[in-house]
Structure formats: structure tokens, C-alpha cells
Ligand binder design. Structure first.
Ligand SMILES: CC(C)(COP(=O)(O)OP(=O)(O)OC[C@H]1O[C@@H](n2cnc3c(N)ncnc32)[C@H](O)[C@@H]1OP(=O)(O)O)[C@@H](O)C(=O)NCCC(=O)NCCS
Length: 416
């Protein structure tokens, strides 16, 4: 239903088409705006009048019945905007409004996959007012000229402790809509080509990893960005995710027998687990030898291909090996994957001698990798060495243990 076009664009933004003034709308002083504009939750006739206004300007949008259902499910879903000097509390009328869909996990998944029915949304995909949504989708904005300042006030309304770190999404239906979202610092969501969401934009409010976070530690649960991210598999459940992915990709797609896929090396290897949103989508395995590390079993689930996760996993595995101090990286590339690995600098070695296993023909490839500046060595701080694999860049549980109360009487009793 979102239809951002010139109607919602602040006149200042419209005139700045070639070089949109970033943040122009959200940077408007909310205190000043609040002197001129008022935001309120409309009901009854006021709501009906607003929806009728929206229907005059845009086709194919939700009916009053649907809007009323969404609003009664979660009253935070619709904010009416009025000019303060025209506003009468006993007979409230509005000149514009902003409608939001407070999506739960299922709703966000459908939004990212392009299957969300935004004209008549399924209520089971929406969070109630007291529930934390997984995403806030800007459903519709009808706010012309000076009324567009109401957007800044709405951002304040959705900055309560429950909502302030929930990412916002919107679709740009026109070139003006795109400019408008870019001016608000929304950025395009990178989606698989299969997803029908080419115009989806995100305004990230969830805690995102610091810019210098290594690629192998970028996944944060419920970050809600939908962008591919990676973590080191650390728990039994993470390992189950890896097994599920490899079961789907290698056993099911490539018909690899179980005994060959799960070859006895999984317990002694490091696994990187790739996510698309909160869905485990890909993995890669690393095995460390004295003088080299081997990168293997790269897999991305069919439904998540084309998201850039394969490249991210490959890069993350190389960075991980470099952080462990490996200068020589090694792999067996199926012949059809040689070009994929070449893009990272891998070269075919052993004069391209071919060998086969599990129904594929392979060649050996290596990469001379420069050591990472943050390589962990025996001279590193002991606390850094104690940190969990792949978390060498942030304090771990053991260094924090120095600040907790002693929990073991035997230690407390040890003489100095
Ligand atoms: C191989 C695999 C991981 C790639 O995943 P993917 O999601 O299709 O990869 P992406 O779409 O992110 O592709 C990343 C890039 O690699 C390129 N690429 C993908 N497969 C390639 C191949 N076989 N040869 C050369 N380039 C390839 C893509 O064109 C894309 O390039 P771009 O970034 O310039 O657009 C996935 O297809 C898979 O799991 N296959 C089955 C398991 C397998 O064969 N693993 C390889 C073990 S060595």
C-alpha cells in the first residue's frame, strides 16, 4: 500500500532532485514542528475520512475495513496529522496520516520474500501493541507539503523503549518515492533476485555491528536487517543448523551419501554459519593443519542463493584463517567452482592434477594470504587468547569473570 510520491515529499526535497538533502525531514526540529503540527490516533469518522482521502489519491490500497482491523489490532499503526491551529479536540479532523504495519517475524519474512499482502494483510503477521515487532513497515503515507513534517513527529512516537531499535522498511513505488526515502537515509535492501522486492528500503535502528567487526562475527540475532551475516558456530544447536544446511545442499541436491558428507571431520573443524535475516542459510567448514588451513564444504541453501552470502562466507573464512595466523589457505575446488575461488586470488596448484570423490572432479587450489593485523599469537594478551573463537576483537566471559563475586569456596580459601 505504500505509495510514496510527490504528495509526501517536502517541497524542499522536491526541488533538490539532483542532490537530495540527506535527513532533511527527520532533522527538522521536532519541538518546533510540535508547535505547528499535532499527531493523534484517529477513530470512527476521522479515520473513515482519512482513508477516503487516501483513496482519492491512490489506487489499489487497503479498504477502510482492513485499515480499521489493523488499527484495532495495534493502535500504533496509524497516526493522523493536523495543523495545530486548525485542530479541535472535540471534533478532530486531520490533513494527512502515516500508516504502519507492525510486522512480527512471519510478517518480516514475507516482506523480505515479497509475498506480504499489504493490501489485505493477514492479522497473524502483525504484532499487537504490547509486543515487540520484528519490523515496522511504512504502509502508507499521505502527508503533503507542510504536513510531511508529521513524519518527524511519528518517528518520535515510535521511539519508545519497545520500538526504538526496530528497523523500519518502506517501498519506493516511484522515482520521487525513492528520492524521498534516500533523503530520509533509507537504504536499499539487497534481496535475492527471486524475491519480488526490488523497491524495498530499510532504515536501520537495530544495533548493528561496529564497522570494523570482522566478517565472521557480523550476525546478531533479531538485528532484523535481512542482510546476510555470519557467525562462528559455537553451540550444539549451531552445529545442527550446519548439518541441516549441508543435508539440504549436499545430500539432497547433490545426492551425496551421508557417510561421505559427514566424514568424521565435523567435530574437529571450525564452522562458519551464514544467516539471511534470522534464517540459517549457508555454511563453510575450516580445518586447521600445522602449516595451512583448508576451506571446504561451502554451501548456501537453494532459496538463499544470489544474496551474496556465498561470497561473504568465502571472504569470512579467509579472514578467519588469517586471524588465526595462517598464511597459506588451501581448498579442493570442484571444476565448475574454479572461477569462483579464483576471484579471491586462489590459484590451481599441482599442475591442475584432477582427482575425484563423491561424484565430482576436483583440483587443488591455494592462496598465499597476508597475515591479518589482528592475528592472535602467543604474544597476544592472555585474555584475548581466552576469548571464544572468532570473538578475539571483543571482551569475553572470562575477562568479565574478574568482576563477579567468587563462586568457588576452594578459590576463596586458597592462601595467597
Ligand atoms: C556454490 C554456492 C555456494 C554459490 O552460492 P550462490 O548463492 O549461488 O552464490 P552467489 O549468488 O552469492 O554468487 C556469488 C558470486 O559467485 C558467482 N558464482 C556462483 N557460482 C559460481 C561458479 N560456479 N563459478 C564462478 N562464479 C560463480 C556468482 O556469479 C556471483 O558473482 P557476482 O557476485 O559477481 O554476482 C551455491 O551454489 C551452493 O551451495 N552450491 C552447492 C554446493 C557447492 O557446490 N559448493 C561448492 C563447494 S567448492
Amino acid at each position: 500500500m505504500t505509495a510514496h510520491d510527490q504528495r509526501v515529499v517536502d517541497p524542499g526535497l522536491e526541488s533538490a532532485k539532483s542532490a537530495p538533502a540527506r535527513r532533511q525531514v527527520i532533522d527538522l526540529d521536532a519541538t518546533q514542528l510540535a508547535r505547528r503540527l499535532i499527531l493523534f490516533m484517529p477513530t470512527g469518522e476521522t479515520l473513515a475520512a482519512l482513508v477516503a482521502q487516501a483513496h482519492e489519491h491512490a489506487a489499489g490500497i487497503a479498504t477502510l475495513d482492513t485499515v480499521a482491523r489493523v488499527v484495532s489490532h495495534n493502535p500504533d499503526a496509524l497516526w493522523a496529522i493536523a495543523r495545530r491551529h486548525r485542530f479541535c479536540a472535540t471534533r478532530p479532523t486531520a490533513e494527512g496520516f502515516i500508516a504502519l504495519l507492525m510486522l512480527n517475524d512471519g510478517g518480516l519474512r514475507q516482506l523480505l520474500a515479497g509475498t506480504l499482502d499489504a493490501v489485505d494483510p493477514d492479522m497473524s503477521l502483525l504484532a499487537a501493541q504490547n509486543e515487540k515487532p520484528a519490523a515496522i513497515y511504512i504502509w502508507f503515507v499521505h502527508a503533503r507539503g507542510p504536513i510531511a513534517g508529521g513524519i518527524a513527529l511519528m518517528l518520535q512516537k515510535i521511539s519508545t523503549p519497545l520500538l526504538r531499535d526496530v528497523d523500519m522498511y518502506a517501498r519506493a513505488m516511484t522515482a520521487d518515492g525513492r528520492r524521498f526515502l534516500q533523503a530520509l537515509t533509507f537504504s536499499p535492501v539487497r534481496q535475492p533476485p527471486a524475491a519480488n522486492t526490488p523497491d524495498l528500503y530499510i532504515f536501520r535502528r537495530s544495533p548493528t555491528p561496529a564497522p570494523d567487526t570482522p566478517l565472521y562475527d557480523t550476525y546478531r540475532k533479531k538485528a532484523g536487517t535481512g542482510a546476510p551475516a555470519i557467525t562462528v558456530a559455537r553451540t550444539l544447536e549451531d552445529l545442527m543448523r550446519v548439518v541441516a544446511i549441508r543435508g539440504a545442499v549436499y545430500m539432497s541436491e547433490q545426492r551425496c551419501p551421508y557417510e561421505e558428507e559427514f566424514d568424521g571431520n565435523d567435530q574437529c573443524a571450525v564452522h562458519l554459519l551464514g544467516y539471511v535475516g534470522d534464517e540459517p542459510a549457508g555454511c563453510v567448514r575450516i580445518r586447521c593443519f600445522a602449516s595451512f588451513a583448508k576451506i571446504e564444504r561451502l554451501a548456501v541453501r537453494k532459496e538463499h542463493r544470489g544474496t551474496g552470502l556465498a561470497v561473504l562466507l568465502a571472504r569470512a573464512s579467509m579472514d578467519f584463517c588469517r586471524a588465526k595466523g595462517y598464511g597459506l589457505l588451501y581448498g579442493h575446488a570442484a571444476k565448475h567452482m574454479i572461477d569462483f575461488w579464483k576471484r579471491f586470488g586462489f590459484e590451481v596448484v599441482d599442475e591442475g592434477r584432477e582427482f575425484s570423490f563423491s561424484d565430482f572432479v576436483y583440483v587443488a587450489m591455494t592462496l598465499d594470504a597476508a597475515p591479518a593485523p589482528q592475528t592472535v599469537t602467543h604474544a597476544s594478551d592472555p585474555h584475548v587468547i581466552l576469548r571464544p573463537e572468532g570473538c578475539w576483537h571483543r571482551p569475553g566471559i572470562l575477562e568479565r569473570s574478574a568482576t563477579r563475586l567468587t563462586s568457588s569456596p576452594s578459590i576463596a580459601e586458597t592462601p595467597a
